[in-house]
Design a protein around this ligand. Structure first.
Ligand SMILES: C[S@@+](CC[C@H](N)C(=O)[O-])C[C@H]1O[C@@H](n2cnc3c(N)ncnc32)[C@H](O)[C@@H]1O
Length: 371
């Protein structure tokens, strides 16, 4: 089976007429849908709502933007200072999304959305630019092919469509499962490449409870229908951990499977992850206390947090835990006096004594108590 051709054909049809079999019920915020053209709402082939993770000012990249619904929802959330980039490989889907670009710019207040033709597993390659090159230099022999490869590699280095470290939030809605198995690791590596340090991921997709057997993976209709290319539920998270992300988690998990095929459950989930800040680990005397309810927890970098103990962390980890999405699980204890910045980090599992941290500023998201 040629995965790209199979998926192109299926979604070209989907851009022209609504395909009931591709529609997974999603509970969108009705206020976000209010401004959208009816055609965009009807030709919705998503399985979740990653737009809820958009923040004001974000540069957002939507992988497999289809009719543009999530891009337009995100555009109203990013505000004047933000920007939304949708990428899709399908001309008909891109045409559908662009059809409403002017109207949506007027509704939202400015033109903050752009759509590009690209493969989400190769975000540096501008496929429109490649097609222009091919118009001028069609391939008729092996030398032409070698020239194209050279052009691609130069273009990707010098004018990448999506540059390294340029995006605050990568979102996607029911697309990763459509990418060829052999290219899935490259796809996750591309997400990592384009994100700024500290950038976030919010991906809604379909996962399976068991590994999907070969004969189902080779069924073109099940593949293009967002079923048999699904990641297995544990492997989806692990692919992001392996690529270097931290704080990888499921935020949404549909109790009810969307489809069951040969006893395998396929359901919609939303995965969240962050790209590490990438700054050096330097011990300045900070500590965090894990509030519980578990006896101890580990993160993917190897830190161990024992419930109720003042655990040593570097300044970078302190900021990520106390200022990030996990802030309600930890109490932050700043050093009474900052230690000199030496190129040293306390080994994971080191406890800070009370004497080391006494008098340090405490940060906690818990409501202050009465006394
Ligand atoms: C199931 S639809 C989802 C569309 C949209 N995200 C939504 O919520 O309605 C999948 C979309 O991903 C696109 N797509 C699939 N594989 C792709 C790839 N490898 N590169 C770029 N786009 C891809 C398809 O063309 C299609 O528009």
């Amino acid at each position: 089976m040629n995965v790209v051709k199979n998926v192109l054909d299926r979604y070209s049809e989907g851009a022209k007429t609504r395909q009931e079999s591709l529609c997974c019920p999603v509970d969108y915020d009705s206020r976000s849908l209010a401004n959208l053209p009816q055609e965009i709402i009807e030709k919705d082939y998503g399985c979740g709502d990653p737009s809820r993770y958009v923040r004001e000012g974000d540069v957002v990249l939507d992988l497999g933007s289809g009719g543009g619904k999530i891009c337009y929802m995100a555009a109203s959330l990013v505000g004047e200072q933000g920007r939304v980039i949708g990428v899709d490989m399908n001309d008909d889907m891109l045409a559908l999304a662009r059809k409403y670009q002017k109207q949506m710019a007027e509704t939202i207040g400015s033109d903050r959305v752009e759509f590009h033709k690209a493969y989400i597993q190769d975000l540096a390659l501008d496929v429109d630019a490649m097609e222009n090159y091919l118009q001028e230099k069609p391939i008729t022999n092996a030398q032409d092919l070698a020239d194209l490869d050279a052009w691609k590699s130069q273009h990707k280095t010098q004018q990448p469509l999506i540059a390294d470290h340029s995006v605050d939030l990568v979102i996607s809605n029911c697309v990763l499962n459509l990418v060829d198995e052999k290219q899935k690791a490259q796809l996750v590596a591309e997400i990592f490449r384009v994100l700024k340090p500290g950038g976030r991921v919010a991906i809604s997709d379909i996962v399976s409870d068991e590994i999907v057997p070969q004969h189902l993976q080779q069924d073109p209709s099940l593949w293009s229908g967002c079923i048999s290319g699904a990641f297995q539920e544990y492997e989806f998270l692990q692919a992001f951990v392996d690529a270097g992300f931290n704080y990888v988690s499921y935020d949404k998990w549909d109790a009810q499977p969307w489809q069951v095929v040969e006893g395998i459950e396929f359901r919609s989930v939303t995965l969240l992850a962050s790209k590490p800040l990438g700054t050096e680990c330097i011990d300045r005397g900070h500590a965090v206390i894990y509030k519980g309810p578990f006896a101890k927890i580990y993160d993917d970098e190897g830190h161990v947090f024992i419930r109720g103990k003042r655990m040593a962390v570097c300044e970078r980890t302190f900021k990520q835990l106390i200022e990030g999405d996990l802030a309600d699980q930890f109490i932050g204890v700043q050093p009474h006096e900052l230690l000199p910045a030496k190129n040293w980090c306390a080994p994971h599992g080191t406890e800070r004594t009370v004497q080391e941290t006494k008098g340090g500023l405490i940060s906690t998201k818990t409501e202050a108590s009465c006394c």
